[in-house]
Write a protein that binds this ligand. Sequence first.
Ligand code: 5GP
Length: 217
Amino acid sequence: MANTHLYKPNLVIVISGPSGSGKSTVIDALCKSDETLRFSISATTRKPRPSEVDGIDYHFLSKAEFENHIQQGNFLEWAEYGGNFYGTLKSEITTAREAGKDAILEIEVKGALQIQAQDLSPARSLLIFIIPASFTILEERLRRRKTESETELKRRLAIAKSEVLEIAHYDFWVSNPEDAVQHAVAQIQTIIAAERARIDTQLIETINPLLGVDKSD
Ligand code: 5GP
């Protein structure tokens, strides 16, 4: 759903939201609806859940492997969450760009703010926060999926509250009420479409030669 033939994918789309906000479901649906989006596969030291596949859901790494990537400067951002490390490899962004796609990242708040603070040019970031309907619903969702222990669940709920406090740093928010994935997906599609239509230096550089304008003019 690129805006026009003039658009060259250059977005690093960051989607955050508390654990249990339904981010993964929304992003799955979003990527299926738009083949010009490429999901950035994060690296993590967390153990895989039964349904997760290495190289598809995450790059599952040992702590030593993760630390090695930090030392090599391979991460665009990384953060500690709930006792594990998570990070976006720079190569994920390059791969998206080379495939002519916008990268879409599902990451927590500290990593999102690291991305926002960087000059990614010619790319630029777009930060979207998914707000759950309520903390009660969040807790219900986390309990229903049965992927965390009680201690881990409590820890995730505490982090959720501190994450929502950071929403002021984001560009857009989207609500994800219960059973309304399509609603959240449609809201994000609208935001992405608007962002792709933004007039930026890349668009001007594309358009000038078409108009016969010399850069030195
Ligand atoms: P989970 O363990 O539920 O898969 O993820 C825990 C948290 O880590 C979620 O908020 C998720 O968005 C975040 N996360 C996943 N990948 C990354 C990443 O590459 N970087 C950062 N900073 N957070 C990530």
